[in-house]
Design a protein around this ligand. Structure first.
Ligand code: GAL
Length: 348
């Protein structure tokens, strides 16, 4: 049944692709494949569009497939891209480990692979571009710790299949562990949210609140989507706005919650710079040109040439000067519940 579903999505997905995006990309002599985990989180469509535009500017086409968080489907979509003569494969893996198969298949055909935003583990992947995910975790925890240096903390992690979730947790622990040792902070909940889904964070948070008798002071959510789930559980107990909550991605709903006071902070990662950097590297790989020397990250098998961008912590004080000034979110959407004459000025 599962195989049938995959086959259907693959055939149907390819049909849609050839029917629309495919045609506009077919005019380019060199093509890159973009294999995406999902388009569910708001940012991924931006990643796809900026990446495609930046490659197109360099005369290179991009063929896109998205796997709806299904490992087997992502692998078979990648095989499908490889049959279309791509010169470089860019992967946003759903599963850090099983996507190593994609690297093997690509290399068998002489196609280099770029790990986009998330690292592919235990593989011979050619390059990796991302934000510094340990730093993101540190920013999340340190913002909350500054506001609440003592208390009961919950760690609401992301998808355990995504290596970013592990790196974020590492960063959060870098900040929290010394305070736990000192006895100032107690970790009263430590969870992961499969596929980064809000509904999983909601369930986990409900259980933690029941178990601790609502004795929670702060929730270090790794991502805005799961922060939404945690905050819903807090709201059921009338604790929203009273408990500190961190997040990541500067999603519209998170920015609105920051304004409303139910989410404390988010981490803004200007995706346009990531996508542009990835396009620059992918085009070089596709043309067989050398990459600039950077740092490396060990992925269990090799030291992967890596390129990192800086994340920006955002709270109500700098929301306008960062996320909104940058055009990542629109003032009229973030401030939709605030009368226009009360909107802050954005300096151009
Ligand atoms: C992570 C990514 C985050 C967030 C999350 C859910 O891998 O680093 O920025 O988008 O996936 O999509």
């Amino acid at each position: 049944m599962k195989n049938l579903k995959i086959l259907f999505t693959l055939v149907f997905g390819s049909f849609i692709f050839v029917g629309c995006g495919g045609n506009s990309q077919s005019k380019y002599p060199i093509k890159i494949g973009l294999s995406m985990d999902t388009l569910r989180a708001a940012r991924w469509a931006v990643d796809r569009d900026v990446f495609t535009a930046k490659c197109n500017e360099q005369g290179v086409g991009v063929l896109v497939q998205s796997a709806e968080s299904n490992d087997a489907l992502q692998n078979s979509q990648a095989e499908n891209l490889l049959t279309q003569g791509i010169k470089c494969m860019v992967v946003i893996p759903h599963n850090a480990k099983s996507s190593a198969t994609i690297v093997e298949s690509a290399h068998k055909m002489g196609v280099p692979v770029l790990s986009y935003d998330r690292l592919i583990l235990d593989s011979d992947v050619d390059a990796y571009v991302s934000f510094d995910n340990v730093k993101v975790g540190e920013l999340q925890a340190s913002t909350l710790v500054k506001l609440k240096p003592k208390g009961n903390y919950v760690l609401m992690g992301g998808a355990p299949t995504d290596y970013n979730a592990i790196l974020l947790r590492k960063g959060q622990r870098n900040i929290l562990d010394p305070l736990v040792k000192k006895g100032d902070i107690k970790i009263v909940g430590d969870q992961w949210s499969n596929d980064w889904l809000a509904v999983n964070a909601l369930k986990n948070m409900e259980n933690i609140l029941t178990r601790t008798n609502n004795k929670v002071d702060a929730v270090v959510d790794s991502y805005d989507g799961t922060a939404g789930g945690s905050i819903q559980a807090l709201a059921e107990q009338k604790l929203d706005g009273k408990v500190l909550v961190a997040g990541q991605d500067a999603e519209l709903a998170a920015c609105q919650r920051i304004l409303a006071g139910t989410q404390t902070m988010t981490v803004y990662k200007p995706v346009k710079f990531l996508a542009a950097k990835a396009a620059e590297i992918a085009v070089k790989l596709a043309k067989g040109e050398p990459l600039e020397k950077g740092v490396t990250t060990n992925n269990g098998k090799k030291d992967v040439p890596s390129y990192f961008l800086d994340p920006i912590p955002v709270d109500k004080d700098n929301l306008v000067t960062t996320v909104i000034a940058d055009g990542f979110q629109k003032m009229e959407e973030v401030y939709k519940d605030v009368p226009k004459d009360k909107w802050p000025q954005v300096k151009k």
